[in-house]
Design a protein around this ligand. Structure first.
Ligand SMILES: [Zn+2]
Length: 171
């Protein structure tokens, strides 16, 4: 049997994670989840045919399913999709930039930290974006639970059934 993957939604329709379809089937049979989408075909056994779930919804609400992401360089880079927030270039050699520089009272928070390539970081130096005449591509925010869901885009693209449940990934 091909290892189909299945998107798991909380009872509130919030995306939680991805599991193997066989595990999803087990959860449906035991009443822990219901199938929302059958996008992966059918399993034929000798006596019956089961649809292979591609999206399931839990029958109960999972509380705080996401560990709060820690404020680290890697988490900031990941939130910014490994792109410089000033020039928009993707890079694996990013630096951390305090939007409001620390010596001007800027804090070490999600809302004041962005990824910057080294040329942009050098250009900005110890100034605010306004002082340096540079513009942030977007306002830095603390990643929320569902934004933070770590599903590879390629996997989402393979499963068009998932896309309506994952607006923040596909739009
Ligand atoms: Zn840059």
């Amino acid at each position: 049997m091909v290892e189909h993957t299945c998107l798991v939604l909380n009872q509130s329709y919030e995306p939680l994670n991805v599991c193997l379809a066989r595990r999803a089937l087990g959860m449906i049979f035991s009443g822990k989840a219901e199938m929302l989408e059958n996008g992966s075909g059918f399993i034929h056994t000798s006596s019956t045919v089961f649809p292979i779930p591609s999206v399931i919804k839990l029958a109960y609400l999972v509380k705080r399913p996401f560990p709060q992401p820690k404020l680290t360089r890697v988490e900031i880079f990941s939130r910014d999709h490994y792109t410089c927030q000033y020039c928009g270039k993707a890079s694996n050699q990013l630096t951390l930039d305090h939007v409001m520089p620390r010596h001007q009272g800027g804090r070490h928070t999600w809302e004041n930290l962005v990824s910057a390539c080294s040329p942009c970081n050098r250009k900005k130096a110890g100034r605010t974006p306004e002082q340096a005449h540079m513009k942030l591509n977007q306002k830095p925010v603390r990643p929320s639970g569902s934004n933070y869901l770590n599903i590879p885009l390629q996997l989402v693209q393979l499963h068009y059934h998932w896309q309506k449940y994952l607006p923040e990934i596909t739009h």
